[in-house]
Each structure stands twice: as C-alpha cells, then as structure tokens.
Design a protein around this ligand. Structure first.
Ligand SMILES: [Zn+2]
Length: 375
C-alpha cells in the first residue's frame, strides 16, 4: 500500500481552503481533511493544490501527434501534457483517410504511460465537417457522414468515451447523430450551419460545441449563428481555446458569463507544442510556429501551442476571471463531458489521485497522476 500526504492550500468543493491535508493511497484520494498542523511525513506545498486538468481537445505535443498512429509517439504526447498539468485527456484526431483514422484509433487504444495523462476518450475532429470552415484540416479527407465508418472506429476502442466534431449541415449528419446519441458526444464545429440548423442539431442529440467562435458562423443580432445557439442553449457545453489569439480575452469572459459551468478549456495543441519555433507537419500540411501561434502558409490558425496550465493562467490574467471560477473549467466541466466525473475533476474521497500544485503566478510546481509525482 502506497501512501502520500500533501498539506497546504487546496481547491476543494469550489473554494480555496487553507491547511488542507490530502491523503493519497494506491493512486486515489483516501481522505481530505482540515488540519491545524501538518503530519511529519506530509509534503508541504507552497502553492495551491488543484485537481489535475482535463483536456478534451488535444492533438499532440513534444514533437508527436496522435495521427502518427504510434503508441510510443502517443506516450510522448501524454507525458508532455502531464508535465504541464493535464492528468486526463481525449486524444484528438483530424480529418483523414478511413485507413489512417482506423490506425490512429487503434494506436490510441494501445497507449498508456505511468508518467502520462490518462487517455479517457477519443475526440474525432472531422472528417464529417464543412470544407468551407475546414481551418487547417485536410480538405480532400472531408466526407459525408458514414454510420458504418463511425461504428468501426468505436469498435477499435470501445471502453473509451467518444466525442465527434461534425458539421450538422453535412449530408447524413442527422442520421449519424440519432444512431449514436448516448454512445458518442456529438460536438458542433467546423461548420457553416445557420442558427436554426445548429438548434436543430441540439434536438437531434448534439450536446457540445468545438472551439466556440472558431470555425463556425458568428453571433449577429439578426442571425445568431452557431455561436448564438451555444450561448443561448440550456445545457450544451462548449470549448474555448484560451491562448489570447483564437478568441479575444473580452469574448472569453463573455462566454463564461453566458455559459457558467458549461465551458471546457481546451488546448487544441499540435505536435509543435513544447518545441522551438519552426515548421511542423499537421497531417501533411506545413504549419509554422512563431510568436505563440501556429499557422498555415496563408495565415490560417492551425491548432495551438497552448498548454492547460497556460490556458488557466490566461483566463485569470487576460480574461480577468477569478481562479475559483476558472479551475472548474479545466477540471469538473471536462470531466463531465468525458463521463469521468465520478472519479476525476475534483479533489474528493475515492477520486483518482490526479493533482496539480500551482505557484502564485499559476505556473506548475508539481503534478501527480494517479498518486505518482510526474513533475
Ligand atoms: Zn483541433
């Protein structure tokens, strides 16, 4: 039996509490108590102990990409992001050929590392999206919705949670959503749908929006677009890329105010994340990284080089939101979307021992994945 105790300020039950003693046993949280004094064997933290971050939209990092379809490359990705605070994630793919997607899904299912974030889900970003809002996705791989193909992909990793970004205006989208609703979290994205179509897609069973504001029809006061459908929805969730480039900080704040408890911070990180500036491959496309952004030759944004800890920091420093409001967007909300909220996303008894310790600048001091210190 392996026991580890942490003592310090901790984000528990929605508030930062002083003098919190967290006991980890065999990779899980055994006990959370308030204590005037720290036991002699406790690891005293200077910063704030928060639940580990959960990233539901991440393609790669440290030179590797989930589209490489290589468990060893995948391990680099999950170990890199663990060092930056992500303790669970949804491995995210791109629009690709049938064969390449199947290989990527198979490799994701075979990936794990004791020093890496836990892969809790697969996020298929495409290929059933709109060519007109493809962003950096391979246009020749974009195709109409295919029930048989999605069924085969899910069969490659049936134990994982599946998310799929799709454009509801694409042929076959409604049939696909109705076939797999309950089994797949459908996310509206890379879409030119009008407001009415986006609202209809929520009725068919879609429940999430991929990188809100990016690659979708904007909010206009007489045609509220896909963005309006998200902001006005009763219970849908939405992703935000909080790098300060994809979305203006004021708009980050607007989104959180309009959709409290329903925003999940994501990185959309690509293989260049954590690497020096330069040119990198994104499923065959050249992406150039400079000044904190990743772009195609024509200037189109191509994912990001963001980490979850920087996303949290930006929501506080750029968007001006209180840390108590921001932390759930990186923990509880994505845990719910991935269906792991009974064991991840909060510091509570019987939850996984996934913790980050943040210093006063909100930089990573330490990270624990299932009780093991990885940073
Ligand atoms: Zn993406």
């Amino acid at each position: 039996m392996k026991i580890r105790r942490l003592f310090g300020r901790a984000f528990v039950a929605g508030a930062i509490q002083d003098d919190t003693l967290i006991t980890l046993r065999d990779g899980a949280v055994a006990e959370v108590t308030q204590s005037a004094t720290a036991p002699a064997d406790a690891f005293r933290t200077r910063g704030v102990i928060a639940p580990g971050f959960i990233d539901i939209h991440v393609h790669g990092g440290d030179g590797a990409d989930f589209m490489d379809a290589d468990p060893q490359a995948n391990a680099r990705v999950i170990e890199f992001h663990a060092r930056h605070g992500t303790t669970a994630l949804a491995a995210t793919t791109l629009s690709a050929s049938r064969a390449d997607l199947k290989k990527a899904a198979g490799a994701i299912a075979r990936t794990s590392s004791p020093r890496g974030a836990e892969i809790c889900g697969v996020h298929l970003e495409g290929p059933y999206i709109n060519r007109g809002r493809a962003g950096a996705q391979d246009r020749s791989s974009i195709r109409q919705a295919d029930i048989e193909e999605l069924g085969l992909l899910i069969a490659a990793a049936p134990e994982l949670h599946w998310l799929m970004t799709l454009a509801p205006e694409i042929a076959g989208a409604r049939e696909l959503i109705e076939e797999f609703r309950g089994r797949v979290t459908f996310s509206i994205g890379h879409t030119e749908a009008d407001h009415a179509t986006a609202v209809a897609a929520l009725e068919w069973g879609a429940s999430h929006f991929t990188h809100l504001f990016n690659a979708m029809t904007p909010l206009q006061h007489r045609e509220p677009g896909v963005v309006g459908a998200a902001l006005a929805s009763a219970d849908a969730t939405a992703e935000l890329i909080a790098d300060g480039i994809h979305v203006h900080p004021a708009v980050l704040r607007i989104a959180v105010r309009a959709m409290p408890h329903r925003i999940a911070l994501v990185t959309d990180a690509i293989r260049a994340c954590g690497m020096p500036d330069g040119t990198y491959k994104l499923y065959g496309y050249d992406v150039t990284v400079a000044d904190g952004s990743a772009r195609l030759a024509d200037g189109t944004l191509a994912g990001s080089v963001l980490t979850m800890c920087s996303a949290v920091e930006n929501m506080v420093d750029l968007a001006g939101l209180p840390i108590e409001l921001v932390l759930p967007l990186a923990t509880e909300v994505p845990a719910r979307i991935l269906g792991v909220h009974a064991r991840k996303g909060r510091i509570a008894r019987k939850f996984d021992g996934d913790l980050v310790v943040l210093d006063e600048k909100l930089h990573i001091e330490h990270v624990f994945v299932r009780g093991e210190k990885v940073s």
